[in-house]
Design a binder for this molecule. Structure first.
Ligand SMILES: NC(=O)c1ccc[n+]([C@@H]2O[C@H](COP(=O)([O-])OP(=O)(O)OC[C@H]3O[C@@H](n4cnc5c(N)ncnc54)[C@H](OP(=O)(O)O)[C@@H]3O)[C@@H](O)[C@H]2O)c1
Length: 245
């Protein structure tokens, strides 16, 4: 079994997943960082970009489409053979969408968003559970959103909703996190809210630099065991704080 911490990030070929890999390379130089990507070519391009930026950490591209069971099982088997464990799973991959005005694809759009953002997180986490259980301090970090917060949704303080199925999916993801935490008491489960960041997700209209957005994810990933209690976290100003459910 590997002595280095093994960290896997899904959907890490671009956006916040990529920024997470970049930040972890500095914050956890001893870790082996598994950059999950549903396309090996975009995953390899991402690593090339990191190398050109001077990143020398141990980064490995892992083919992983979170909506394909065969792909998840292959990725888990690869990690089992190479490292025998997984210390940190960061479920970052997600999609958003809106049905057409004629509603012809309403069911498809909702199903796709729920499948990727909720069902697939449950599936990936469950399929990797034997490897997580082999770690001395396993943790799962689910990349959520302020949109998930029922308290914020009902406060009237959130900007207008861009995608209703996406909002619902992130609330569902939070509940999934709470349920899985009850099922797997040996694993610490977290939800992380990165804030509105400039990525393709919002046509780069977000206010935050992705490097700032991923601080909460990286902090939860590298924190001492027990430093942060399981919960819904954000990094605002220069400190970690809990987001109301
Ligand atoms: N940006 C924000 O302001 C913001 C705010 C709150 C929360 N978040 C959350 O942060 C996370 C990352 O968002 P982002 O802004 O970085 O979005 P992004 O730039 O659109 O990146 C999404 C990533 O997910 C991957 N992905 C989508 N479907 C996948 C699948 N079936 N299998 C594997 N990977 C898949 C994409 O891969 P491909 O390149 O192959 O499509 C891409 O790498 C998401 O969970 C999002 O909900 C973002």
């Amino acid at each position: 079994m590997s002595l280095s911490p093994i960290i896997l990030i899904t959907g890490a070929n671009r956006g916040l997943g990529f920024a997470t890999v970049q930040a972890l390379a500095t914050k956890a130089p001893e870790a082996i960082i598994c950059l999950g990507s549903r396309s090996m070519s975009t995953g390899n391009e991402a690593v090339q970009e990191l190398r050109q930026a001077g990143v020398t950490s141990n980064i490995e591209v892992i083919a992983l489409d979170v909506t394909e069971d065969r792909s998840i099982r292959s990725a888990a088997e690869l990690l089992r053979q190479k490292y025998g464990k997984l210390d940190v799973l960061i479920n970052n991959a997600a999609v958003a969408g809106n049905p057409k005005p004629d509603l012809s694809d309403f069911r498809d759009v909702y199903s796709t968003v729920f499948n990727t953002n909720i069902t697939s997180v449950g599936c990936v986490t469950s399929f990797f559970m034997p490897l997580l259980s082999a770690s001395s301090h396993p943790r799962v970090i689910n990349v959520s959103s302020a949109r998930a917060s029922v308290a914020l949704q009902t406060s009237g303080k959130l900007p207008p909703t861009a995608s209703i199925p996406y909002s619902i999916s992130k609330t569902g993801l939070n509940i999934l996190t709470l349920e899985m935490a009850k099922l797997h008491e040996n694993v610490r489960f977290y939800c992380a809210s990165p804030g509105h960041c400039r990525t393709a997700f919002n046509n780069y209209r977000g206010k935050k630099d992705p490097a700032d957005g991923v601080k909460v994810i990286v902090e939860l990933a590298v924190s001492e065991h027990g430093q942060y209690e399981p919960g819904f976290w954000e990094f605002e100003g220069d400190a970690m704080s809990q987001v109301a459910w």
